[in-house]
Design a protein around this ligand. Structure first.
Ligand code: SAM
Length: 331
C-alpha cells in the first residue's frame, strides 16, 4: 500500500498532493494509489468529514489518474499492444482514454482546478477535458479585447457574416449601437448580422441595429427551461434571435423555418449558448468556407459550431476566459 501523506490544511492541495504523487513510480503503484484514494474519499464522505479532507483524497486520485494517463501515452509497451496491455490493468478501456486526455491538459490549468475546487468530483475533472478540447480549437482564433478596437484595423468588407450573442442588460446597449456601426463596415455586401437577444430591451436592440443595418427577420429559439422575468411576471420560454443584413437586402438563404429547436449545454459559463443552436443558425444562413465573426465570443461556442460546419471563424472577447479556464465552482 502507498502511504498517503497526512492532510496539511496550511498547504495548497496542488502543492502537497502533486509532489507526493510524483514520487510514486510505475503504473501499478499509481493504480494502487488511485484505488486507495477513492476508498478513503468514500469513507471520508460517509463519515461527513470536512470537504477539505474529502477534496484531499480526490486530489490524490486526480493526480494519480493524470500520471497514469501520461505513462500510457509515453510507454512504448502501450503502443501496438495497447489494448491487450491495458486490459491487464483492470481499468475500463474508455477510462484509460480519458486519463490520457487528462495528461494532455496544461499543467497550470490542472493545478488551478485542484487548488481552487471546493468540491472535486470526477465529473468536474473530466469536464476539464471538454474545456481543453474547446480551448485547442478556439485559442488560435480568438482576439482578446474590445471588438470596437480590434476591428479598427480590419479591411472593409472582409467578413461574410456575424453570428453573435451580445450582453443584454441596459448598461450594454451602447455595444449594440457599436456592433451595428462596425458590422456595416466590415461585413461584405448583404452579409448577415445575427444576434441572440433578450426580450426586456428588444425594441432598443432593434432600433440600434437598424441604424446601420437592415432588419431581415426574427427567429425564435425555444428553450427547454424558462427564465423567470420578475418585473413582467413572465416565464420566458423562448429567446429572440434578430437577423439583420448589410445593404443591399438580398435573400441568400434557401427556404428555412424560423424556429431554432431547443438543446441545452451550459458546461463552461452560465450565459453560454449551446453549440447545437449556433449550428442551426449558421447552417441556415451561411455557406461552407465563409468567414464568420463572433465579436462577443465568450467561451467560443460559435467557433465550435463553425468548426463542425466547416466555416472559417474569427472570435473576439474582452475577457480572457480561457486563461486558467473557469473556476469550476461556477459551473
Ligand atoms: C453573452 S456572452 C457570450 C456568450 C457566448 N455566446 C458563449 O456561448 O460562450 C457576451 C460576451 O461578450 C463579452 N463582451 C462584452 N462587451 C464586449 C466588447 N465590447 N468586445 C468584446 N467582447 C465583449 C463579454 O465579456 C462576454 O464574454
Amino acid at each position: 500500500m502507498n502511504e498517503l501523506i497526512p492532510y496539511n490544511a496550511n498547504v495548497d492541495l496542488d502543492v502537497q498532493v502533486k509532489r507526493n504523487v510524483m514520487k510514486v513510480k510505475g503504473i501499478d503503484k499509481l493504480l494502487e494509489l488511485d484505488k486507495q484514494a477513492v476508498t478513503l474519499h468514500k469513507l471520508a464522505k460517509k463519515a461527513r468529514e470536512p470537504k477539505s479532507v474529502q477534496n484531499f483524497y480526490m486530489a490524490y486520485a486526480s493526480y494519480a489518474r493524470r500520471e497514469i494517463g501520461q505513462i500510457l501515452i509515453d510507454d512504448l509497451d502501450f503502443g501496438r499492444g495497447k489494448v491487450d496491455k491495458v486490459s491487464t490493468l483492470k481499468i475500463e478501456y474508455h477510462e484509460t482514454k480519458r486519463w490520457q486526455k487528462l495528461a494532455k491538459i496544461e499543467g497550470k490549468v490542472f493545478d488551478k482546478f485542484v487548488k481552487d475546487s471546493k468540491n472535486i468530483s470526477f465529473n468536474k475533472l473530466y469536464g476539464l477535458i471538454t474545456i481543453q478540447e474547446r480551448y485547442d480549437i478556439i485559442a488560435p482564433k480568438i482576439y482578446y479585447g474590445r471588438f470596437q478596437n480590434i476591428c479598427k484595423g480590419w479591411e472593409d468588407g472582409s467578413i461574410d457574416h456575424i453570428v453573435t450573442d451580445p450582453p443584454y442588460p441596459e448598461e450594454f446597449l451602447q455595444e449594440w449601437s457599436d456592433l451595428s456601426e462596425v458590422a456595416s463596415r466590415i461585413l461584405k455586401p448583404s452579409g448577415y448580422c445575427i444576434c441572440y437577444a433578450g426580450q426586456t430591451h428588444l425594441p432598443d436592440y432593434i432600433n440600434r441595429l437598424s441604424k446601420h443595418l437592415n432588419y431581415y427577420w426574427q427567429m425564435v429559439f425555444m428553450q427547454t427551461f424558462h427564465t423567470q422575468i420578475f418585473p413582467r411576471k413572465i416565464f420566458a420560454r423562448y429567446k429572440p434571435i434578430l437577423v439583420f443584413q448589410k445593404s443591399p437586402v438580398e435573400v441568400k438563404n434557401d427556404w428555412i423555418t424560423d424556429v431554432i429547436k431547443p438543446t441545452v449545454q451550459k458546461d463552461i459559463m452560465d450565459w453560454q449558448q449551446d453549440v447545437e443552436s449556433y449550428k442551426q443558425i449558421i447552417s441556415r444562413f451561411t455557406k461552407q468556407g465563409e468567414v464568420i465573426l463572433d465579436p462577443f465570443a465568450g467561451s467560443g461556442t460559435a467557433g465550435m459550431a463553425c468548426k463542425e460546419l466547416q466555416r472559417e471563424f474569427t472570435l473576439i472577447d474582452d475577457g480572457k476566459i480561457f486563461e486558467g479556464y473557469k473556476n469550476e465552482e461556477d459551473q
